[in-house]
Unconditional design. Sequence first.
Length: 186
Amino acid sequence: MDSQSPPILRTERLLLTPVQLTDAPTIQRLFPHWEVVRYLDRRVPWPYPADGALVYVRDVVLPAMARGEEWHWMIRLATQPDDAIGNISLFDQPGNHRGFWLAPAWQGQGYMSEACEAISRFWFLTLGRPLMQVPKAIPNEGSRRISEREGMRLVGRDEGHFVSGVLPRETWELTREEWLARHADD
């Protein structure tokens, strides 16, 4: 995979722009809320440090994107492209290919489902990946509903270590063939 920055992706209501260092202050403002972080991997420091977003974008996101191992986008409303409302990412990691978060004020409006559709298209068509697997805390019902709507199927259960502690975890997956069959008319 080359080290190009991910492309800007557009949906009916959203603009997904590659994460840049200048996004760190926005992430720092939107991200450190319990309802955002509680079901994320325990690698997320909590309480979130004052420089958490800067360190993460500078030392983790941008180098991983440059290596072609991860792809990270800020989620923006198409009608307000200067303001981000969340983040969505793809990872070249077995068993963990996608992660996302949305600021609380924007949850429950279908934005993440829309962003996931664009990201899945990129994963399967642009990158040509054969499989997408996404782990999630079982209590994270909103995330589970997104996977169900996408046609993913549950393939495993175990325990995961999250910001909120050890919780039961599910792994959901979708193959490229399954995704293509669902989008044959697109």
